[in-house]
Design a protein around this ligand. Structure first.
Ligand code: FE2
Length: 191
């Protein structure tokens, strides 16, 4: 059986951080270090939360009871890609397995096409931040054509229940969406 201790310790540390009076910058800095510790080892994610599907999967691993943060495993099959989307809350993305590409997207104010910004390749062990106070719109895809990639995301809210936006690449038109989660059962942090 997979030893889930690392995830439990991460959730405990994130809860303590949420309980502190850290502002968003401090949350991102300290959360980033905690997430880097978590994704440094790929030996704790139970297999049922690492399964790819016909589209990318987002498995809820833990949601803070006060919805101050959530932890999600994103599983990308070969060639899978998100829509152009925003988050509306801060987020941290840590690469656990494989590699993904995050491309900043710049919606046009006048109804023109979405412009492409900086392209970041995220490799196993690396962590990046997203935030409405930095730039919050991007597209994420699996960088690998022959296998799944998995990233662990932490968001400053219950991300599967937050009303946010997808953008039409041709017109920059924003459409509200709520992502939900791929799973109905969360992992037992205490086994
Ligand atoms: Fe995203």
């Amino acid at each position: 059986m997979t030893d889930i201790t690392r995830l439990r310790d991460f959730v405990k540390a994130m809860t303590a951080l949420a309980d502190s009076d850290a502002d968003e910058g401090q949350l991102l800095a300290r959360g980033r270090a905690l997430l880097a510790d978590l994704v440094r080892h790929d030996d704790w994610l139970p297999d049922e939360f690492a399964l790819p599907g016909p589209t990318y999967r987002q498995y809820l691993l833990h949601c803070d009871p006060a919805e101050r943060f959530s932890v999600v495993s994103f599983v990308w099959g070969p060639g899978q890609v998100t829509p152009v989307h925003d988050h509306t809350v801060w987020g941290l993305v840590g690469m656990l397995r494989g590699e993904e590409v995050s491309t900043l997207m710049l919606p046009a104010a006048d109804g023109g096409p979405v412009q492409t910004g900086q392209v970041d390749h995220l490799r196993a062990g690396e962590v990046v931040a997203v935030s409405p106070s930095l730039h919050d719109v991007h597209v994420v895809s699996n960088a690998l054509a022959d296998r799944s990639s998995i990233s662990i995301h932490v968001y400053g809210g219950n991300i599967g229940r937050i009303r946010r936006h997808m953008f039409d690449p041709a017109t920059s038109l924003a459409t509200p969406f709520v992502s939900g989660y791929s799973n109905h059962v969360v992992p037992n942090l205490w086994e």
